[in-house]
Design a binder for this molecule. Structure first.
Ligand code: NAI
Ligand code: MG
Length: 348
């Protein structure tokens, strides 16, 4: 029995998670995998009612699950920051989800704005708890004309090494042949010097895996010109944040982007990259494929590679047949797309 904590959250988070669960239930039917889903109400509605974001008892419960399946949070009625800090960042830091895993995979050539590209299939391993997002810094002479705002970039050998090691282990277990380091070591001569040294050290333990390196600015260009050359990419927090959005855009956009927040020795959390989309929430037109591909990513993480690949194929077929929501040029509703994926699972 695989135990999954489900947090649908707000807006379209609820709508797309419902479709992801539909697909997972079909997988149960078609294989001998059994899921035990437990749903949690955390999000804006719960916060407005109770003042509670994510209580510590829930965090403790999550540690006993095999994975967390998350929709999205965010609501115009709640001050920005409260739910992000209270729920998402709390999950990330308390459960030490130190890798942000973002596949950038083209499921159909018609989805990419890049001319002539048919195969894009890379996976970003973004460091998820340090770098410029560690929250270290402060103001000097705040509010005066001579104000100084300082934001420190934190890079610990421990944090850098475990992230880079994850990238090589990932490449090894998934049969991928190359790991690319993206940094800005030519300018960030301390922080990214550490990344380069650790990368070399760890790489030497994986002789069978090829290595490659790009400065982040060159990487942005290369991802547009030759995205097919990348397999696994490892990069610090902020560069990963930016490049993965660029990556999402070259394979079809937010409606398809899946992600995992991983702690290889604990419980990991899987979520579509998009937010709660208040502009389309309640209309039944949100694209559920990002959430469904997120479910596939979760299956893969749980060692259910065959089931994961089945879901991916069902999604690819749905796109091929243009049974998609308006954001991808289709006319289907959220739940109809979910039904199509389920139908494709049956015939595959
Ligand atoms: P968003 O991702 O919710 O929406 C951006 C645009 O993309 C909107 O026009 C939306 O309609 C569209 N879109 C997003 N997902 C879609 C889907 N599955 N199908 C079709 N169209 C889709 O980002 P936005 O508008 O900046 O933020 C809205 C709220 O979501 C805010 O409260 C924000 O803080 C929160 N948010 C939460 C995230 C999370 O839970 N991890 C991530 C990003 C934003
Ligand atoms: Mg981002």
């Amino acid at each position: 029995m695989i135990k999954i904590a489900v947090i649908p959250g707000d807006g379209i988070g609820k709508e797309v998670v419902a479709e992801g669960l539909k697909v997972l239930r079909k997988i149960e039917e078609l294989s001998n995998v059994k899921f035990d889903f437990q749903e949690y109400p955390f999000g804006a509605e719960h916060y407005l009612k109770t003042g509670e974001t994510l209580p510590d008892w829930a965090l403790e419960e999550f540690r006993h699950f095999d994975a967390i399946y998350f929709g999205a949070i965010g609501d115009p009625r709640v001050k920005p920051g409260i739910l992000e800090h209270g729920i998402l960042l709390k999950l990330r830091f308390s459960l030490d989800l130190y890798v942000n895993l973002r596949p950038v995979k083209l499921y159909h050539p018609k989805l990419t704005p890049l001319k002539g590209k048919e195969k894009i299939d890379m996976v970003f391993i973004r460091e998820n708890t340090e770098g410029l997002y560690a929250g270290a810094g402060g103001f000097l002479r705040k509010g005066t004309p001579h104000e100084v705002a300082i934001q420190e970039m934190i890079n610990t050998r421990f944090g850098v090494e475990r992230t880079i090691r994850f990238a090589f282990e990932y490449a090894k277990t998934k049969g991928r042949k190359k790991v690319t380091l993206v940094d800005k070591a030519n300018v960030l001569t301390y922080a990214h010097d550490l990344w380069q040294r650790v990368f070399k050290e760890v790489a030497s333990e994986y002789q069978e895996i090829e290595t490659d390196h790009y400065y982040v600015d060159a990487m942005a260009m290369k991802m547009i010109r030759s995205p097919e050359i990348f397999e696994v990419v490892v990069t610090p927090n902020m560069f990963g944040d930016i490049l993965t959005d660029l990556g999402a855009e070259i394979v079809g956009g937010l409606g398809l982007a899946a992600s995992g927040n991983i702690n290889p020795r604990g419980v990991s959390m899987f979520e579509p990259v998009h937010g709660s989309a208040p502009d389309i929430a309640g209309k039944g037109i949100a694209n559920p494929l990002a959430a469904i591909l997120t479910a596939a990513l979760m299956l893969e993480h749980l060692g259910l590679d065959r089931e994961a690949s089945l879901v991916e194929k069902a999604v690819a077929k749905t796109i091929e047949e243009n049974k998609v929501t308006p954001d991808l040029g289709g006319e289907l509703k959220t739940s109809e797309v979910g039904n199509e994926v389920v139908k494709n699972l049956e015939v595959l």
